[in-house]
Ligand binder design. Structure first.
Ligand SMILES: [Zn+2]
Length: 320
């Protein structure tokens, strides 16, 4: 049973917001453009891997978590692409979306990719990463007095990746091998957890979910203010007139752009906004008009008078 849906990572959400909000001439624009492109490809790759789980008819009772994130007892984060909990084992998956050829040199803990143009690059060690996640769960299971085997795999979502020299200790394979690998694990292990303890552990994992908050190290004065017109590729600031936002260039009128702008504020600056901050960001002179817009939004208000701020919810951009 899928307990945690796949969501875009915070880094991807931030990169996309910066592409809307940085001037295209900004020194960091090309960097965030590349980050966004790479993370979007990775996200699509992860979704391609995800589909395979729903065709596995032999999984029986299980809990599946996509993008599982937690903070360990030492205050350090874990970001796990996929976590499968069954009565027989816990399976930790790292999903890589890469082109070219990949090799792993075990004795050096070195993961390298050779691009088609011959350029060789080194990437963070996926084996050390999954084993570190596993060590967290080993500690957790010891505390819970559970003896559940932990399995690992590095899965490549791009069919064009050539998997070269890889270690034997942690399997590396293409998405197409996932189903076969899971079948092997199901035959290898015997049940350890009862259905009741599986459910209990699943609930505990869900309640320990903690997403890492990412704010960019970009000063506010580099971020474009106001409601930006999507049709004009976020290059034109819309104006507030007759209770709606209108683009002076293409004439588009919509509320969606306003919600998108509030979401950008939440992602890049703060999820709390005061009346004066709202007026400054949306370039509205009148305090009364700002108050009316804010009250019509129905946001949760905290405090009163000058100290009052409004909380911008995470789902603000999905409002229509
Ligand atoms: Zn426009």
């Amino acid at each position: 049973m899928l307990l945690l849906e796949r969501e875009k990572s915070k880094s991807l959400i931030v990169a996309d917001a910066l592409l809307r909000r940085l001037e295209t001439s900004d020194d960091d624009y090309p960097y965030f453009y590349e980050v966004s492109k790479r993370l979007h490809a990775g996200f699509e790759g992860e979704k391609m891997v995800d589909r395979h789980w729903f065709e596995m008819t032999n999984l029986e009772k299980h809990s599946l978590f996509f993008n599982y994130e937690l903070m360990n007892e030492f205050g350090f984060p874990h970001q796990i692409d996929t976590l499968l909990l069954t009565p027989k084992f816990l399976f930790i998956l790292d999903i890589k979306h890469m082109s070219g050829r990949v090799d792993y040199e075990e004795e050096k803990n070195q993961f390298i990719r050779t691009r088609q143009d011959g350029v060789i690059e080194s990437f963070s060690d996926p084996v050390a990463q999954v084993l570190r996640h596993g060590q967290y769960f080993e500690r957790l299971f010891t505390n819970l007095q559970i003896t559940l085997p932990i399995e690992y795999a590095i899965v490549f979502s791009n069919p064009s990746t050539i998997i070269g020299q890889v270690p034997k200790s942690v399997p590396f394979f293409h998405t197409s091998g996932l189903r076969f690998h899971v079948s092997k694990l199901l035959s290898k292990h015997s049940p350890v957890l009862t259905e009741k303890s599986l459910n209990k552990l699943s609930k505990l994992l869900l309640s320990s979910l903690k997403r890492k908050d990412t704010k960019p190290a970009i000063s506010i004065d580099r971020i474009k203010k106001g409601v930006l017109c999507e049709a004009c590729n976020y290059q034109v600031q819309m104006i507030y007139k007759n209770r709606t936002w209108c683009c002076p260039k293409c004439g588009v009128q919509n509320k969606k752009a306003f919600y998108q702008a509030l979401d950008d504020y939440r992602i890049l600056i703060n999820d709390r906004i005061k009346n004066n901050e709202f007026r400054d960001f949306f370039e509205i002179d009148s305090m009364q008009i700002a108050s009316k817009i804010l009250s019509r939004l129905g946001l949760v208000a905290v405090g009163d008078k000058k100290g009052r701020y409004y909380i911008i919810p995470e789902n603000i951009a999905s409002r229509i």
